[in-house]
Design a binder for this molecule. Structure first.
Ligand SMILES: [Zn+2]
Length: 158
């Protein structure tokens, strides 16, 4: 039966009891893997540089989004970035209430296009504002897994 045909006689449908092993493996892609490995192995935030456009994109990627050149050069971003936007969240991705609200912000880095969205910590969140400097705080090297969460948060000195 093709996908365009409909079976209106459900007596003809057969089933087979049992289980089927299904596995999935999702990769971060070549540029994403380079970015995540740099987080894990070096504690660095790495972008890809396009020599044609003279731009460096964050996070690292395989192709330039402007000229489509293959990107082979990388650059480490400074550990300190600028908070461009932030908000306080009260529920998680599944809609469940968080025990404690979290600040989530968009952080950019001097000389890099793009940025990272991550948790923001501040000693006094009432003083937090767009434009303040925030610094990446990493997990201990032995605890890193090659995830964006190898950066635990960005911290403001305010
Ligand atoms: Zn380019």
């Amino acid at each position: 039966m093709s996908i365009l045909e409909r079976n209106l006689e459900n007596q003809k449908i057969k089933s087979v009891a049992g289980s089927m092993l299904v596995t999935n493996l999702y990769t971060a892609g070549i540029g994403g893997e380079f970015f995540l490995r740099a987080l894990k192995d070096k504690g660095e935030i790495v972008g890809s540089h396009c020599e044609t456009c003279k731009k460096t994109f964050l996070p690292a990627r395989l192709f330039c989004e402007r000229c489509l050149s293959r990107l082979t050069q990388t650059k480490a971003a400074p550990q300190e970035g600028t908070l461009k936007s932030f908000t306080k969240v009260y529920i998680d991705l599944d809609g469940k209430s968080l025990e404690k609200p979290e600040l989530i912000g968009f952080v950019t880095f001097k000389g890099f296009e793009g940025g990272l969205i991550h948790r923001i910590f501040s000693k006094d969140e009432k003083k937090l504002k767009v434009g303040v400097k925030v610094k990446a705080v990493f997990e201990a090297p032995q605890k890193r897994k090659g995830s964006i969460l190898d950066i635990t948060h960005f911290e403001s000195q305010l």
